[in-house]
Write a protein that binds this ligand. Structure first.
Ligand code: MD3
Ligand code: FE
Length: 203
């Protein structure tokens, strides 16, 4: 079922459920090569969310700011390849939301444990804002915060559950968003954590 969250933002509830076991297995494989780590922001704070990447470009942050890089700064090797099941799900979601030919070159993998959060921000480091972003939620549910195109615009909240996929395109692409502090709980497949995949066309 498709549900429009806002102009350009399409929620595909449960679309990832048939892929979940394959995605989780692939995430373990990626993390065995490029481990989850707490990146540091330009302000010098370690993020509460732990991050890794797969694909030709990975999102990295350090004291000098954030950017996309083909090389994992921890391993000094390329990020692991994007697994076929990742690319297939991202493309399926984009098509269902009306975006033909979405071929992501970056997948940012965020891991939240209870208490972790992501403050309100925009994603504007990608080359072409006409390309959507596809996000996939796995594990514990989270409260997603969705604002407007100005930082002080009102923020709406809604829950994202295991298997939910959201396609963020068009006028939703540059809206502020974040994730509220993760509540404690236990998920059958992932235990006490939430993992979010965000697929982007970075370059
Ligand atoms: C709305 N991640 O990594 S995914 C991020 O759950 C990020 O880990 C969150 O925001 C997470 O940058 C949220 C949903 C999302 C991703 C990108 C967006 C929503 C978006 C870009 C524009 C508008
Ligand atoms: Fe974001």
């Amino acid at each position: 079922a498709r549900e429009a969250l806002a102009d350009g933002a399409m929620l595909l509830r449960g679309l990832a459920l048939p892929f979940a076991s394959a995605l989780i297995e692939a995430i373990h494989g990626i993390a065995a090569i490029s481990p989850f780590r707490h990146m540091v922001t330009a302000g010098g704070h370690a993020m509460s969310v732990a991050t890794t990447n797969c694909g030709a470009a990975g999102w990295v942050s350090d004291r000098s700011g954030y950017r996309y890089d083909a090389i994992d700064p921890e391993t000094r090797k390329p990020w692991p390849e994007m697994p076929e099941c990742f690319a297939a799900l991202a493309e399926l979601a984009a098509i269902q939301a009306g975006h033909a030919q979405f071929r992501p070159d970056a997948c940012l993998i965020n891991r939240y444990v209870p208490g972790a959060r992501l403050s309100l921000h925009q994603d504007r480091n990608e080359r072409d804002f006409a390309q959507p972003i596809v996000s996939v939620s796995l594990g514990l549910p989270a409260i997603f915060r969705f604002g407007g195109i100005r930082r002080n615009d009102p923020v709406r909240k809604f829950a994202l559950h295991h298997g939910d996929v959201v396609v963020w395109g068009g006028p939703a692409r540059l809206r502020f968003h974040g994730v509220a502090e993760l509540k404690d709980g236990f998920h059958d497949q992932l235990g006490r954590q939430r993992i979010n995949l965000t697929f982007r066309r970075a370059r």
